[in-house]
Design a protein around this ligand. Structure first.
Ligand code: AMP
Length: 191
């Protein structure tokens, strides 16, 4: 099984690249942001709760996010593996994911970080917000808050996965196709 984590700041291209990787390696793509947005659109209890955090650019609490992620993984038994996109974002989430996978005799294969400068990300996110209508993409202070959440909480995971020898960086600037090729080369060289 191949279990990948796609890591990177908001707007770094995780969702776009996950779609290509998913098709090439026949994996299940789980984006916690997408699952939350789906719940918001269906006006579920989880959606209402998540919205109050997402609209401010804050992380949804760990216990809620972890429970949801575990439910998503459990929906797809007997698969080739998963791409985790936007999860984990805190050390507790990473520890819980390791524990959860271990119970199923599974583990993370590798963590791929897409690296892009914040200036470029702000531009990308504002453009994406205009097209998608995403509230958290349309306001610079909300975007800044998401970067702060990343820098305070998520960036600690670099050390977490580095210590496991599972952290790899891919330059996230350039043509989408070129970035995809860089990712394929990396995966093929390690797996
Ligand atoms: P994304 O689509 O990955 O940019 O996520 C959009 C928003 O969903 C984030 O700013 C958070 O509010 C929330 N979210 C997504 N994934 C997580 C996570 N793993 N932990 C906490 N909040 C999350």
């Amino acid at each position: 099984m191949i279990n990948l984590i796609l890591f990177g700041k908001p707007g770094s291209g995780k969702g776009t690249q996950a779609e290509f990787i998913k098709n090439k390696y026949d994996l299940i793509h789980i984006s916690t942001g997408d699952v939350f947005r789906y719940n918001i659109s269906m006006q579920t209890e989880l959606g209402l709760l998540a919205k109050s955090y997402m609209d401010k650019g804050e992380l949804v609490p760990d216990n809620v996010t972890i429970k949801m992620l575990e439910a998503e993984v459990s929906k797809s038994p007997n698969v080739n593996g998963f791409i985790f996109d936007g999860f984990p974002r805190t050390t507790i989430q990473a520890e819980m994911l390791d524990k959860f996978l271990k119970n199923k005799d599974l583990e993370i294969s590798m963590t791929i970080a897409l690296e892009v400068d914040e200036d470029i990300l702000i531009e990308r996110l504002i453009n994406r917000g205009k097209e998608s209508g995403r509230v958290d993409d349309q306001d610079k202070s909300k975007i800044q808050n998401r970067f702060e959440e990343y820098n305070k909480k998520t960036s600690k995971l670099i050390e977490y996965y580095n210590n496991q020898g599972k952290f790899y960086i891919v330059e996230g600037l350039g043509e989408i196709n070129d970035i995809t090729k860089r990712i394929y080369n990396l995966i093929d060289s390690k797996i």
